[in-house]
Structure formats: structure tokens, C-alpha cells
Design a protein around this ligand. Structure first.
Ligand code: ZLV
Ligand code: CA
Ligand code: ZN
Length: 393
């Protein structure tokens, strides 16, 4: 009835695992794996599964996770038990190893399964790209950019992005990693600090004292040394509260356009954290679904193998709208979904808080005061341009 069919000669693959979505971080924790179920509800209701190759992803193996993570950390992650009493939110307990068990990274039932399923989806997606079976591969269950080699951080335990990019690097000489989550993509940046085969660029809210994780200043471009081939290959775009679609698109198109020209990536990995949307429970920006999606559309126009990850996103109905719209952009049916949410959509009432007839175009949440000046945005473009003088593909 939606008239959505598979475009010829162009393949999008969709990787998810319904088991992953059943896990719970705890009642008061902002990360809700169930937002993935809500996203799929919209995606399937619009008929998009008929336009993609759909896969139930497997769990990544221990060996696959160990391509990035230390075995000490993985062994511990595999054996820790859920805490009998949920810890007080403010009470950071430092006596557990690897930053596991605090209030940001709680120990919950099935934690290891949840982590290996997230990474399994990302790896499956990467393999579809390297085997040329997909042009765009989608893993909304991935995008957990803060996890380190031997440490959990910021709701992230396993860095599925790093594991997936390592897989891309087996066949691709150069990978461009872009991160539009409202938080700094510190774990991915750090993992590739010493290589010139991955360029990382994160757009994020930056306030070293008041916003997690506090890293990602404009002039943080990786360890500088003559010996380090990776210097100048970490770029950061630190932003203030309230950035709009127009400003974000101007920055994104200018900066990513320049990077693609200079660095000449052979594949792009885009983390689509939806906490950069207006109205997000943890976010600070004013992005609409259109502005967030414009980043996906821009990357698609680069005509390179493209891996789309999820990430943050703490107002579930907004997350679902954004990732459904971005799935439609990937497939090329975005013109067909700017309509009423289909009446048969499971959990349709989730989308009905705002108006009686919600559409994907509606404004999300109360706008925040925009504290980004044009002058500062120009300075950031200038700084990136200067960094790129050192970059030769
Ligand atoms: O979206 O947390 O600010 C990818 C991602 O980028 C902190 N954590 C840490 C540092 C000291 N704190 C406070 C600890 C709070 C623990 C519980 C919350 C509970 C309720 C509501 C909000 C939070 C919270 N935690 C907000 N911001 C934090 C950050 C971590 C943000 C991770 C973003 C992950 C998935
Ligand atoms: Ca970011
Ligand atoms: Zn985030």
C-alpha cells in the first residue's frame, strides 16, 4: 500500500537483533534498548523492509571482540553478575574494576549478551560492505563510541564501532569515521590515534567541566609527533547549546566535503547518535529530524560504501522518527514517508503525545537558546582547513 519496493542495482542491508532490545539498564537509566524496537516499528510500518535486505544479526564472538578489547577486560565482562541492589544514581562506587558497575555503566542481566549482539550487528554490517553485497549497511543497535580497550564508559561497554572499522580496514585503505552524537566520540578517536588510515571527526556539545566526557576541544587533534602517522587525523567540532539545522548543515557539508576531497576515504562509517536532536533528555541541540538526516543524505551522496550506526538518543519517540527517516534516506524512499504515521503501527500511541496527527516533519521539543555564533563556526572551519594541509591521501 505504501508502494515501497527494492530499488534495482542498489542495496541497503538492515541488521538488528530483537533479543538485544529486551535488555534493561535499570528503571531510571536513560539508555533504553527498547527504543530500537520502537524504531523498527516505524520502519516496518512504512514498508521499508521490502526495500532492504533484512538480517537478524548474530552475537560477535570473543575472538572478534578481542580484535580491539583486552582479554582481561572481556573475561571480567563475561563473568560479572548483576548487582543485587541497584546502586544509588549519585553514588559512584569505584571499587569495581574497569569502570563496570557504576551508575553510568551498571551491571544488568545478560550484559555480555547485549554487548556481543550490538557488536555482532555492526560486524555483520561491515562484512556486507566489504563483500560488496551492500552499498549502505545499517546497524542501529551499534554506535557505542565511548568504550575503551579495557574500560567501560558512558553507557558503552564494547566499542562495536572500532571492531567494525577494524574489519573494514582489512580491505579498505582509508576509512572516514563521522560522529553526530551530541557527545564526543572519544573511544573511537583514541583507538585510531596512531594511524593515518582512519580519520575521525566528531561534532559535539563541548563544555569540559559540565558535559560528558569533557574531551574533544577544537585543537585536540591527537598526539602530535613526527613519528605518529596519525597526527592531524583526529578532528573535533566543539559546539555550544542550541545549534540549528542550518548552522549544522553548513558546518557538516563544508567540513566533510573538504575531508573527502583531501583524505579520499574508500569507506565512510557514520555514527548517528540521536541525542543531538531537539528535545532529547540528555542533549542540548535544536536539530530537527531533517537536519540530523541531512548528514546521512550528504554521506550517501559521496557514493562510497557507507556504514550507519546508532548511538545515543534518550527521547525514544524522537529516536524512532530520526532513524526511520534516515533508513528511508538510505533506501531512497524518504519522499514516501513524510505522511501520517500508518494507522497499523505498533505503539503508535507513543508518537501521539504531541499532536493528534504527528508527522515526521513536526518540531521536536522546546527549542534551546542558540549559543553558537557565526564567527565561532567560521573559526572551526578555518582550523579544520589548516589541519587538512597536513593530510595527504
Ligand atoms: O550517548 O547517569 O556525566 C552514547 C552516548 O554518547 C556522566 N555521565 C558521569 C560523569 C560523572 N557522571 C555522572 C554520573 C551519572 C550516572 C547516571 C544519568 C542518569 C540519569 C540521567 C542522566 C544521566 C547521565 N549520565 C547524563 N549524562 C551522563 C554521562 C554519560 C553520558 C553517556 C552518553 C552516551 C551511547
Ligand atoms: Ca559526536
Ligand atoms: Zn550521546
Amino acid at each position: 500500500e505504501s508502494g515501497i519496493t527494492k530499488p534495482k542495482g542498489y542495496n541497503v542491508s538492515f541488521h538488528c537483533n530483537p533479543e538485544m532490545e529486551k535488555h534493561h539498564f535499570g528503571m531510571t537509566h536513560p539508555m533504553k534498548p527498547w527504543r530500537l524496537t520502537l524504531s523498527k516499528s516505524l520502519i516496518y510500518s512504512y514498508g521499508m523492509s521490502f526495500a532492504m535486505d533484512n538480517y537478524i544479526s548474530r552475537a560477535a564472538t570473543y575472538e572478534e571482540l578481542a580484535t580491539f578489547h583486552s582479554t582481561d577486560y572481556l573475561d571480567f565482562l563475561g563473568t560479572v553478575l548483576p548487582e543485587p541492589v541497584p546502586r544509588d544514581l549519585e553514588n559512584q562506587n569505584p571499587d569495581l574494576k574497569f569502570n563496570l558497575g557504576g551508575s553510568d555503566c551498571p551491571l544488568f542481566d545478560g550484559l555480555y549478551d547485549y554487548c556481543s549482539m550490538s557488536a555482532g550487528g555492526a560486524l555483520d554490517a561491515a562484512r556486507k560492505l566489504v563483500s560488496h553485497q551492500s552499498d549502505i549497511a545499517i546497524a542501529w543497535g551499534g554506535g557505542l563510541h565511548h568504550a575503551h580497550k579495557a574500560e567501560a564508559s558512558g553507557f558503552c561497554y564494547i566499542n562495536d564501532i572500532v571492531v567494525a572499522i577494524l574489519e573494514l580496514l582489512r580491505y579498505h585503505p582509508r576509512v572516514l569515521y563521522i560522529d553526530i552524537d551530541v557527545h564526543h566520540g572519544d573511544g573511537v578517536e583514541e583507538a585510531f590515534f596512531s594511524t593515518d588510515r582512519v580519520m575521525t571527526v566528531s561534532f559535539h556539545k563541548y563544555d569540559p567541566n559540565n558535559f560528558f566526557p569533557g574531551t574533544g576541544a577544537l585543537d585536540d587533534n591527537g598526539p602530535k609527533s613526527e613519528q605518529n602517522p596519525g597526527s592531524h587525523h583526529a578532528l573535533n567540532v566543539p559546539l555550544n547549546d542550541g545549534i540549528t539545522d542550518e548552522q549544522y548543515a553548513m558546518l557538516f557539508d563544508t567540513i566533510i566535503g573538504q575531508i573527502v576531497e583531501k583524505f579520499r576515504p574508500t569507506a565512510i562509517a557514520l555514527q548517528c547518535g540521536a541525542d543531538s536532536l531537539a528535545g532529547d533528555r540528555l542533549g542540548r541541540f535544536n536539530l530537527q529530524v531533517q537536519g540530523h538526516g541531512a548528514c546521512v543524505a550528504f554521506c550517501k551522496r559521496m557514493n562510497l560504501p557507507l556504514l550507519l550506526f546508532g548511538g545515543g538518543g534518550y527521547t525514544p519517540r524522537n529516536v524512532a522518527r530520526a532513524w526511520a527517516y534516515e533508513t528511508a534516506l538510505a533506501v531512497g524512499v524518504d519522499d514516501k514517508i513524510n505522511d501520517y504515521i500508518p494507522s497499523h503501527t505498533p505503539w503508535r500511541d507513543q508518537f501521539r503525545h504531541d499532536t493528534l496527527f504527528p508527522t515526521l516533519e513536526q518540531i521536536l521539543g522546546e527549542p534551546r537558546v542558540n549559543r553558537n555564533t557565526q564567527k565561532r563556526l567560521q573559526e572551526m572551519i578555518q582550523h579544520v582547513t589548516e589541519q587538512l594541509r597536513f593530510v595527504q591521501a
